[in-house]
Design a protein around this ligand. Sequence first.
Ligand code: IYR
Length: 220
Amino acid sequence: MSKYPFIPHSRPVLSDEQLLENSKTFYEEMDTRRTVRHFSSRPVPKEVIENIIKTASTAPSGAHKQPWTFAIISSPDMKRKIRIAAEKEEQENYHGRMSEEWIRDLEPLGTDEHKPFLEDAPYLIAVFKKAYDIHPEGKRKNYYVNESVGLAAVFLIAAIHQAGLCSLTHTPSPMNFLEQILERPKNERAILLLPVGYPSEEAVVPDIQRKPLEEVSVWY
Ligand code: IYR
């Protein structure tokens, strides 16, 4: 017997029809998710964001360490600072640091160095990975940190969509300015910055397709 407690867990056994319907409904819902780059400033209740973060934090993680911090930014002053710092980096990316191939690959998405969404969206969520935990007795190891935080980010993006909102998976590069502006402790590294809210009335998304099942799966 483990010296740690275990509790029973089960799922109701559903009919095949019900499984089919559930899986199809969820797929169809998720297939309507789009990355949006034009945000409305329409306010969103704080409790909605709290629920979204709680959902993200249900993601599996290495040794259940949950090595993540979600920083939620709604202060206009802070959003402005973040936009200025991100645009400074992106200016250099688009005009020198990125290869010609990279710039060409981004053309269908219509991105550039201007990031007004960082001020327009009612919330920015910055996702930090915790390389290790800081305890009074010293450092404690975390495991599979990149994978764990990636999984939490996926849950976050799905929860934002399911709530009825949009996000942009933004990766300003480099993004250490987030650690500085938000004054995060030294064990935290920024991995993503997500504007969250409603799309603006003029919002458009690129007319791009997802790969079909046959192209993304192999069956044995
Ligand atoms: N970080 C830049 C460039 C960029 C890179 C990739 I890969 C994208 O999928 C989209 C953008 C920017 O945010 O514009």
